[in-house]
Design a binder for this molecule. Structure first.
Ligand SMILES: [Zn+2]
Length: 130
């Protein structure tokens, strides 16, 4: 599918139960836009491992951490509203070896993406939160 926000290609992925519990949408998957990084819930995600390198080299190599990062991007736009959920999803990624703040900073610095949200600002807010 293409991104409903900007029409760029997306990377579809399945969301593990532990992460789905933290998301406002309870659908089993989502699609991350390769350009604007917006996340769209999906009813029928693929079973194959998602290739987040198509989005940015900043994404963690570990699949579970990468999926958590993508879920985090879905929540970051509503940082205040989803404070507890963001904390849980960030912890999930950190326990899988990912430095969440550094990854967000690298994403923000990647010229290959045009994030729909201000990633630098969100990263700074997140830093105070977690
Ligand atoms: Zn997009």
């Amino acid at each position: 599918m293409s991104c409903p926000r900007c029409d760029a290609p997306t990377v579809a992925f399945a969301i593990p139960d532990d992460l789905r519990d933290q998301l406002p949408d309870d659908r089993p998957g989502a699609a991350l836009c390769t350009r604007c990084l917006s996340v769209t819930p999906l009813d029928d995600p693929p079973t194959a491992s998602p290739d987040f390198a198509r989005v940015s080299d900043a994404f963690p190599v570990n699949d579970e951490a990468a999926v958590a990062l993508a879920c985090l991007l879905a929540l970051l736009d509503s940082l205040v509203l989803y404070r507890a959920e963001i904390d849980a999803v960030a912890a999930y990624a950190e326990t899988r070896g990912t430095d969440v703040l550094r990854t967000l900073e690298r994403l923000a610095a990647d010229d290959g993406v045009e994030p729909f949200l201000d990633l630098d600002r969100r990263a700074r807010q997140l830093e105070q939160l977690i």
